[in-house]
Design a protein around this ligand. Structure first.
Ligand SMILES: [Zn+2]
Length: 202
């Protein structure tokens, strides 16, 4: 025993290396349950909770659609509401007018938050950055809807009546949180807000 200890003190590099190796092994053993959880258990739980692209985990169907994807605060009724089919998914709309709008430009309304069955599907990009009408703020717009030019950018509306209301009092409705195009850089420089004016001091 004493001899071995003496050996250790005399030859410090090897025992230390061996010690480190042993420590590494212990660390590996201690980490392995963590590794097991991260590499094996977690992905399986995740796969059960959120189906990967294009798949629905067996036995789990997405929650039912509750609201119209065009007039987003209108509830739909799976028994009576008009419907369309997109990529094998039945999409309910609150009225025939919304069906017409949807058919004209489906990409504008394919929102998995409102239509859970679309989750994981590859969806065409939305043509417009603007999502909601600035006058009827719960209704979505598409590039086929009426528009006006305001501050050099196109503003879309749910219908002509909404457009007319905006044109009568644009300051009231020109909300950059609803109208991202009003926040986009223009040739005069970035506009943080439509009401902000910039002066050049140089
Ligand atoms: Zn509707």
């Amino acid at each position: 025993m004493r001899v071995r200890m003496l050996e250790r003190t005399l030859r410090p590099p090897q025992p230390r290396r061996g010690h480190r190796r042993r420590g590494g092994l212990i660390a590996l053993l201690l980490l392995s349950p963590g590794w097991l959880i991260m590499e094996w258990i977690v992905p399986r739980i995740m796969a059960q909770q959120s189906p990967s692209v294009g798949q629905v985990a067996p036995g789990l169907s997405p929650p039912p659609q509750k609201y119209c994807p065009v007039m987003t605060s209108e509830e739909i009724d799976p028994e009576t509401s008009p419907r369309v089919t997109y990529d094998g998914v039945t999409i309910y709309l609150c009225c025939d007018q919304c069906v017409t709008k949807f058919r004209r430009d489906p990409a504008a309304y394919l929102d998995p938050k409102l239509i859970p069955a679309l989750q994981g599907k590859k969806l065409p990009p939305r043509g417009l950055e603007q999502v909601y009408c600035p006058v009827l703020r719960d209704r979505k717009v598409s590039s086929k809807d009426p528009f006006t030019i305001y501050k050099g950018v196109k503003i879309y509306f749910y219908n002509d009546l909404a457009r007319q209301r905006f044109e009568k009092d644009p300051e009231r409705y020109a909300d950059p949180t609803i109208l991202p195009q009003l926040r986009m850089p223009t040739k005069n420089g970035p506009l943080l807000s439509v009401f902000t004016t910039y002066s050049c001091s140089t």
